[in-house]
Design a protein around this ligand. Structure first.
Ligand code: NAD
Ligand code: GLY
Length: 370
């Protein structure tokens, strides 16, 4: 029933197991990675309240003691304060370098726990048990870990690969529909960036994925993870092709920054709008056909996700403010902007050296204010 995708990183290769019922198997699947039968499980209050007892029972049954560390939900815990508090609790539990952390939650728990694992006593192993669609298809795979600072998101972090990822599709049953849609933005990203056949499949089956129909969900998560694993294995530290995974993120991050990284606009929603805007920008620059941008927009909108600036709370935005955020993007160099654009559906590419003024003009055409 479950499907295994390997992230091929030589001696650091690991498996991403995708399927139903994996929480019940977590104890037996994690046991081979433990030097002693105990594990510190980091989770947020919501996830722990809904699914903590089942995970504890599974680990108990395998003779593994659980040391739960339950943190408040929300992006604000992905901070220096959140990291200090977490590492202090790990020290208080007297975890040593042979111990293993488990990140049991969405991308916030995964990114924070992964970063703590990267630096705790100069690095310990960790396992990802992602519980949001976004975390299952994206953040739990590939080893990017980080916290946010007052100057922006994910600015302090490390590459630290997990030893195992257990993506239990059953836990998505309790995920709010809005979070499900936000995760779907990252699923559609894989089709748009590199797999036209998957994009076409999503055009037909997207509603089934969002409804958590088991076979559709399994295919969507499996294909997404397969694509991510292949890209990460080729370019672990984002020297080249991995940048394509940022399709929609430069425009999206600017919108997140303007809306305050909060409930007004979820990360996945920002990425959804960002992808539609990136396709229209690609069409405006003559890289792809207008029809491709229309089709990308229709598929994103069909999932109930934003595609236009006017769909985002806080509109109208100032073109100069959005462009300023983009100039601070990690990919910007010397005032010239880098975007992930597309030559067509399933054909993302890196476009370097774009002029900020040209981007501003395009944003004015998108409905931003001068
Ligand atoms: P999240 O971790 O904040 O989870 C969203 C909400 O859903 C939270 O309130 C959480 O408590 C709740 N939740 C989680 N699982 C649930 C479940 N099964 N049932 C009910 N509620 C549940 O958000 P997210 O969207 O998973 O992750 C966003 C974060 O991921 C951002 O910080 C982003 O920067 C990061 N991210 C990292 C990478 C990477 O490669 N490391 C990639 C993409 C995003
Ligand atoms: N989420 C983008 C990456 O992992 O590279």
């Amino acid at each position: 029933m479950s499907r295994v995708v390997t992230v091929g990183l030589g001696a650091r290769a690991y498996e991403v197991v995708i399927g139903p019922g994996l929480i019940a198997e977590a104890g037996q699947r994690m046991a081979p990675f433990l030097k002693r039968p105990r594990v510190a499980v980091v989770s947020d209050e919501t996830v722990w309240g809904l699914h903590g007892a089942r995970l504890t029972a599974s680990l108990d049954a395998a003779g593994i003691a659980v040391l739960p560390i339950v943190i408040p939900p929300g992006e604000q815990t992905k901070s220096f304060e959140g990291l200090a508090s977490l590492t202090d609790r790990l020290l208080a539990l007297e975890l040593d370098r042979g111990d293993v952390l488990a990140a049991f939650g969405g991308g916030v728990v995964g990114d924070l726990t992964g970063f703590a694992a990267a630096i705790y006593k100069r690095g310990i192993d960790f396992v990802q048990i992602p519980t949001t669609l976004l975390a299952q298809v994206d953040s739990s795979v590939g080893g990017k870990t980080a916290i946010d600072t007052a100057r922006g998101k994910n600015l302090v972090g490390a590459f630290h690969q997990p030893r195992l990822v257990l993506a239990d599709l059953d836990v998505l049953a309790t995920l709010p529909d809005r979070e499900m849609r936000a995760g779907y933005a990252e699923v559609i990203k894989y089709g748009l960036l590199g797999d036209f056949a998957f994009f076409e499949w999503l055009e037909v089956n997207g509603a089934k994925v969002l409804a958590r129909e088991p076979q559709a969900l399994s295919h969507a998560v499996g294909r997404s993870v397969e694509m991510k694993a292949e890209i990460v294995a080729e370019d672990e530290t984002e020297q080249g092709r991995r940048a394509l995974l940022n399709l929609g993120h430069t425009f999206g991050h600017a919108l997140e920054a303007e809306t305050g990284y909060g409930a007004a606009l979820l990360h996945g929603e920002a990425v959804a709008a960002g992808q539609a805007i990136a396709f229209r920008f690609s069409a405006a620059k003559g890289l792809c056909e207008t029809q491709d941008a229309v089709r990308a927009e229709q598929a994103i909108a069909a999932a109930g996700l934003p595609t236009r600036l006017s769909d985002v709370p806080g509109h109208p935005f100032k073109a100069a403010a959005l462009a300023r955020h983009m100039a601070q993007d990690k990919k910007a160099e010397g005032g010239r902007l880098t975007f992930i654009l597309a030559r067509g559906l399933g054909q993302a590419c890196v476009a370097k050296d774009l002029d900020e003024l040209g981007v501003r003009d395009f944003l004015l055409g998108e409905g931003a204010m001068p």
